[in-house]
Each structure stands twice: as C-alpha cells, then as structure tokens.
Write a protein that binds this ligand. Structure first.
Ligand code: SF4
Ligand code: SF4
Ligand code: SF4
Length: 489
C-alpha cells in the first residue's frame, strides 16, 4: 500500500516555504556524522554562531520551546546586545534545552534548505550533542537509554514488573528520591509503567480473527512494536491489531530492537546507525514478502521514515524500510481512503481533546490522527497542535522536568479546559506526551502530582487515538483503557 506521504527519502520530509503543509519542497541534508569536521568543536562553534546570528535577527521561534528564549536572553543580556560578545560556553544551555521535536524546522523556519541560509536548527543541536558525546556520556544517561535491556529485565515476570511499577510511581517518594539522586530522574516526573507481558509475547498467545469480508482483506502488515509499545503498554498494539483485523489486515508484531531515538537524543550517531542497519535487515524479508510496516509510536515512525535515511544514505534496506513504513494513524486513514473501512463504527458519548504529537507532525503527512478520529460517527475532536514539552528522556531529567511542564502549559490548559467544560478525554499519539499533559493538568489544578493516588475520577492515562477507534468498533473498553491502574500496573 502506498500513500502520497509514506515514502521516506534521503531528502527528508517534503513541505514548503519553511511551513508545514505547503507546496514547495524544502529538504534535509544527509547527516555527515562520519566526517571528522562534523564533530570538530571549532567547526561546530562557527556554525552555531552563523545560525544563532540568523535566529537573533529573526526570532520567529521565540515561543516554541526553551532553547530560543535562552538564546535570545543570552544575546540580549550580553555587553553589546549582539552575538559577538557572547562567549561560546554560554551556548550549552541552549543546546541542552532542545528536545529535537523538529517544530522549528517544520513549522516556522523560512531559511531551511534549499534556502541559501541552509538552516536546520534541530540537526545543528544534534551535532552539538554529538560533539558533547565524544567527551563521554554519564553512566546514568547511558543506562536510561538502554530501553530494550531495561524492558527485558522489568517484564521478565509479572512480579518484577509489579515491583518496578510500585517503585517508579510518583507517589513512592522514598524510591523516587533515591532514583533522583542516583540517576538524575526528577522525582516528580511520571515514568511509564512496565507491561506485565510484552506485546510481542502477548501477540504470540492471541491473534484476532481476520474479517474476510472487509474491503481491505488481503493486506499484510508488520507492527513494529517500538520499545514503549512492547515493554511498557501493550494496549496500543492490541488495539491496532484488533482494528486491523476488523479491516481484513493480517498483522505480525515484531520488535527487533529500539529505533535509537533515546541515543540519538544523546548524539550517539554510530549506535543509531547500528540500530538502523540491524532493524532494516530484520524487516527486509517481510517487506520483500509484501508486508507494510507500521510503527506504533510517532517518534519511532519518524526515525524509520526520515532520520535513518539521512544517517545511512544509500543503504538499500534502510531506504526500502523508509518507503514501506507508515505511522499507525496514517495507515488506517490510507485504508479508509483506499479500499474503505469495515462497517461497524459506533458513536462514542465522550468528546475528545486530541494532541497531535510533534513527531507525527514532523512526518509531514497531515493530521492523520484527527482524520482517523473523524471516521467515527459524530466525532469532532478538539485539536491541540503545540508540543507537550516532554521531549522523550529529556523531560524526565532533574533540571528539565519543570521546564518541560512550562513548555507544555498551553497544551495542559487546553486539555484542562476541555475536561472541565465538556468532560473531554485527552488523547495523544505520543504516549509519553499524553502522560506529560496529564501531569500538566494536575499541576494546573494545584496538585504537584506527588500524591500517592490521583484524585478520584481524574484521567490517569491518555489513550492513543487507535484505542478510541477500537472502542468505537466495540473492540476495546475505553474506560478500562484510561484507567492506568487496571491496564498497566
Ligand atoms: S527542535 Fe524543538 S526543541 Fe529543538 S530548538 Fe527546535 S523547536 Fe526547540
Ligand atoms: S530557526 Fe529559523 S525561524 Fe526559528 S528563529 Fe531561527 S531563523 Fe528564525
Ligand atoms: S510531545 Fe512527543 S512528539 Fe512532541 S516533542 Fe515530545 S516526543 Fe516529540
């Protein structure tokens, strides 16, 4: 199956004039991470100065994240009020505050290539991280990024998962303070619970019956489980499998390994390249056999579709995987627009506030999650398009968490307003963003989220929109899906 937007290429996402959804074709360059000059500190400094000077004169991105306010304050408070009097040592907080959400590149910047300024702010921040990584990554950060190892250990038995989840709850002040001291994870930050059984194992035990009468019957898809979908919360994958089966699509769940986003955040390019090679090689036979590949989490879909081909340009398996990969909502919408969906979608009583994840937007495929929810009779979700601020592993770090909540405050406000005025359920394509938004809502309500139990009736889990679609088909129980204690702990 193909759609206009599903094909990845080394040229990166296509869109126009520096703005999402336009007509021209700005592009991203392959990342020359293997060239010595790319990680040469002096060359990096010169490029930071070139780009920061352009940003200083432009300032369109002032309210996207904390990087830009830090940069503009740094320059404004310098002796001359210009970049020339800013010492390069001052750049680190600007780099540190970037969550690599891609929103400046995707939605604001008029100077992205092919403009002669050739400005790609997120990839410059990535380069700065790579230079930093050469000095060594702190052990705690290294351990946190080992998502597969951690997931394998924590889900080795329901007892271990239960203990891990007990220890990681924000209400467990003693354990969380210990984790904060040892690993620098803010004691207030929500940590994802571990699943009692990983999705891949769960999928081996049960397979939904394929609806042979569905218009889409005969299609085959590999669900790339992703670390989160496999180790932390199998509900997204199970809902996806159920919806696909209802629509005649046979699915297989695989998790050859992490897409490498957590190590990308740390600038560890060679390790991302290793993951890309290995996963592309594992999935190649499926693709050759006619399977589409669906990633359950937008950040991982972005990696497969766009970042990997920029990191390993010319690698046939990586490029073929990029072309075969779909974001989950993108796939369902393509089904609906192509052969059509199976009948049976019912009306849901509860309105929805839908957060569009930045890394879904960065795939430049349109607001597919919103389109997907609009397939449900009378469903008209309130859309939130700003970044939640969580930024992957970045947002849970001590020193970042409060900034992450500050960046996400406008999103939390919109979510809280919907919940108060219409009882709207908060949903996000990005499960980490969803949890972060709910923490933001609690903070707005005056709760610092360190209470042992959330207040009665408060939403404790933001379902992926596929779970809402599954509920509309009668394939999932939505109230249970949003009760974190019942679903995951
Ligand atoms: S990628 Fe996101 S976090 Fe980084 S500078 Fe751009 S808008 Fe800010
Ligand atoms: S990234 Fe582009 S749009 Fe944003 S402040 Fe810099 S020059 Fe302006
Ligand atoms: S909210 Fe999700 S999508 Fe947005 S920056 Fe964060 S990781 Fe990326």
């Amino acid at each position: 199956m193909t759609t206009e937007s599903a094909s990845g290429s080394a040229a990166g996402p296509e869109r126009a004039g520096g703005r999402e959804g336009g007509l021209a074709a700005p592009m991203r360059h392959p990342i020359p991470w293997q060239d010595e000059s790319w990680t040469d500190p002096a060359a990096l400094d010169a490029e930071l100065r070139r780009v920061f000077d352009i940003c200083h004169g432009c300032r369109r991105c002032f309210n996207l994240c904390d990087s830009f306010p830090r940069l503009f304050d740094l320059i404004d408070e310098s002796d001359t009020g210009e970049l020339d009097s800013v010492a390069s040592e001052g750049f680190k907080p600007v780099v540190d505050a970037c969550t690599l959400c891609d929103m400046c590149f995707m939605t604001k910047c008029p100077y992205v290539p092919p403009h002669e300024f050739d400005l790609d702010f997120p990839h410059l921040m990535l380069r700065a991280r790579a230079v930093e990584a050469k000095k060594g990554i702190p052990v705690a950060d290294r351990e946190l990024a080992r998502t597969d190892r951690n997931g394998r250990v924590m889900t080795s038995s329901p007892l271990v998962a239960g203990l891990a989840n007990w220890a990681s709850r924000t209400g467990n002040r003693v354990m969380r303070k210990g984790l904060e001291a040892v690993a620098g994870v803010d004691a207030k930050a929500h940590l994802p619970a571990y699943a009692r059984r990983p999705l891949v194992k769960e999928a081996r035990r049960t397979a939904p019956a394929i609806n042979r009468d569905a218009p889409g019957f005969g299609r085959k898809a590999v669900l790339y489980a992703t670390c989160y979908g496999n180790w932390n919360d199998s509900a997204i994958g199970q809902a996806a499998r159920a919806v696909l089966a209802k629509n005649g699509v046979e699915s297989e769940v695989v998790h050859p390994g992490c897409c490498g986003m957590p190590v990308l955040e740390q600038g560890r390019m060679a390790e991302v390249a290793d993951s890309a090679r290995e996963i592309a090689h594992t999935l190649a036979p499926w693709i050759a056999d006619g399977y589409d590949v669906i990633a359950l989490v937008p950040s991982c879909a972005l990696m497969l579709k766009f970042e990997w081909p920029l990191i390993l340009p010319g690698n046939d398996q990586v490029e073929s995987l990029a072309r075969a990969t779909f974001d989950l909502a993108e796939y369902v919408v393509a089904l609906a627009k192509g052969p059509g969906l199976a009948p049976g979608l019912g009306r849901l009583e509860r309105p929805v506030t839908l957060h569009l994840a930045c890394h879904a937007r960065a795939q430049n495929m349109g607001a597919k999650a919103a389109e997907m929810l609009r397939l449900i009779p009378d469903m008209s979700p309130a859309i939130v398009e700003r970044c939640s601020g969580h930024g992957g592993a970045w947002g849970i770090k001590k020193g970042n968490f409060d900034t992450a909540l500050k960046v996400g405050k406008p999103v939390a406000r919109q979510a809280a307003k919907g919940a108060t005025e219409t009882g709207a359920l908060v949903s996000s394509e990005c499960p980490l963003a969803g949890a972060h938004i709910l923490q933001g809502v609690e903070r707005l309500a005056g709760d610092d989220n360190t209470a042992a139990e959330p207040a009665a009736g408060r939403q404790t889990r933001a379902p992926h929109p596929i779970e809402i679609l599954a509920a509309a088909y009668g394939l999932a129980d939505l109230p249970a899906a949003i009760n974190e204690k019942a679903a995951a702990r």
